[in-house]
Design a protein around this ligand. Structure first.
Ligand code: UD1
Ligand code: UDP
Length: 366
């Protein structure tokens, strides 16, 4: 029996690992263990509840305004004992968070094989996104099996000198998750509030945007609201207190903006599905929204989701307020442009990534 331990700690990792956990649990010759670091607490628990995942281990590390060094050192200290006790054949990590990096380092110290889901995404800019670009490059150095979502991400790894035999193109498990969450008849209080208006779904949380960039983004959104009376904005706030401070400063007084607590993933995915446009600095939403035919305005200077930009569904706007305002107006005003974007092809797979990854992890030579 092969023992596979999946480790994750934040909301997006959980959302994208959930279908893989479900898939591995179906396989008879695999023992699946789940360890959460709880780098996020409430936002992680929301996902665990929805998917009925009960972790075997919970490191429970989160504290308010935690630093990167704190996250790294507390995970390293706590997970080492678990790896020694369980001695799994493979540790599976996801993406580019500090949980991903610290867990991979601990697995390397214990000479346990590392499988990296969502491997090969790159901007090659050390500070953008920060610290995710370096997290994923460091994991890329020590990983044994690399599940790249697309050809482009696989090529990044090949060009970096990774062994071709260690790289598998699988699609992104985010698309698999949509099959669990999306219901075309879905209706709830948020959708009711939107009514006949056009909804802009907004999320902004990145560390590198906190401060001036966030203020510029929010000013641009305010200008859009002044110009278009049929627009409403829903912004589920990240739990980070810094993010909340800025959001409340810019939006608390506006009737057509709803600032709400983080939504569970079923509510959130269905809200994307009912939206007109998505404005975000998130990573995962750049994959989900194209699969649901929604244009995404990316509020970052760089994106590692270059396939989405090439396919036309993502527009990389940076954080300059005039540029954000101009591009948003163009899409809201021009039906032809809107239709062209929303009919672009989703480049992130066919919803069978978890199945492909589980097939590979099950192989005898792995
Ligand atoms: C983390 C990841 C980022 C990912 C994001 C997804 C790192 C360094 N960053 O960033 O890559 O895009 O998650 O959301 O790995 N908090 C709560 N409750 C929660 C979650 C967060 O109160 O459920 C608050 C805490 O005060 C915490 C702060 O948010 O200290 C920041 O959380 P942290 O995980 O350090 O950073 P994120 O910005 O969430
Ligand atoms: N998400 C959610 N509820 C929300 C906002 C986002 O479930 O209120 C989901 C979203 O669908 C995506 C993931 O959380 O799957 C993205 O998380 P986040 O933006 O925090 O992280 P990133 O993808 O930027 O790492």
């Amino acid at each position: 029996m092969k023992k596979i331990m999946l480790v994750f700690g934040t909301r997006p990792e959980a959302i994208k690992m959930a279908p893989l956990i479900k898939e591995l649990e179906k396989r008879e010759n695999i023992k699946t263990l789940v360890c959460v670091t709880a780098q996020h607490r409430e936002m992680l628990d929301q996902v665990l509840d929805i998917f009925n995942i009960v972790p075997d281990y919970d490191l429970d590390i989160m504290k308010e305004s935690q630093t990167l060094s704190y996250i790294t050192s507390s995970i390293l200290n706590k997970i080492d004992k678990i790896m020694k006790k369980e001695s799994p054949d493979v540790v599976v990590v996801h993406g580019d968070t500090t949980t991903t990096f610290a867990t991979s380092l601990a697995a390397f110290y214990n000479k346990i094989k590392i499988a990296h889901v969502e491997a090969g995404l790159r901007t090659y800019n050390k500070y953008s996104p920060y610290p995710e670009e370096i997290n994923r490059q460091m994991v890329g150095l020590i990983s044994d099996y690399n599940f790249a979502p697309t050809k482009l991400t696989a090529n990044n790894l090949i060009e970096e000198g990774k062994d071709k035999g260690s790289i598998f193109i699988t699609g992104n498990t985010a698309i698999d998750t949509l099959a669990y969450t999306i219901d075309e008849d879905y209706y709830d209080e948020n959708i009711e509030w939107v009514g006949d208006s056009r909804l802009i779904l907004l999320t902004v949380h990145r560390r590198e945007n906190i401060g001036k960039a966030m203020e510029d983004i929010f000013e641009a959104v305010r200008k859009v609201l002044e110009k278009f009376e049929d627009i409403k904005v829903i912004y589920p706030l990240h739990k980070n207190p810094e993010v909340r401070k800025y959001a409340k400063k810019y939006f608390a007084d506006l009737d057509r903006v709803k600032l709400i607590e983080p939504l569970d993933v079923v509510k959130f995915h269905n809200l994307i599905n009912k939206s007109y446009l998505v404005m975000t600095d998130s990573g995962g939403i750049q994959e989900e929204a194209p699969a649901l035919g929604k244009p995404v305005l990316v509020l970052r200077n760089e994106t590692e989701r270059k396939e989405g930009v090439e396919s036309g569904t993502l527009r990389l706007l940076g954080t300059d307020k005039e540029n954000i305002f101009k591009n948003t107006c163009e899409i809201l005003e021009n039906e032809k442009i809107y239709q062209k974007i929303s009919s672009s092809k989703n480049p992130y797979g066919d919803g069978r990534a978890s199945e492909k990854i589980a097939d590979i992890l099950q192989r005898e030579d792995i």
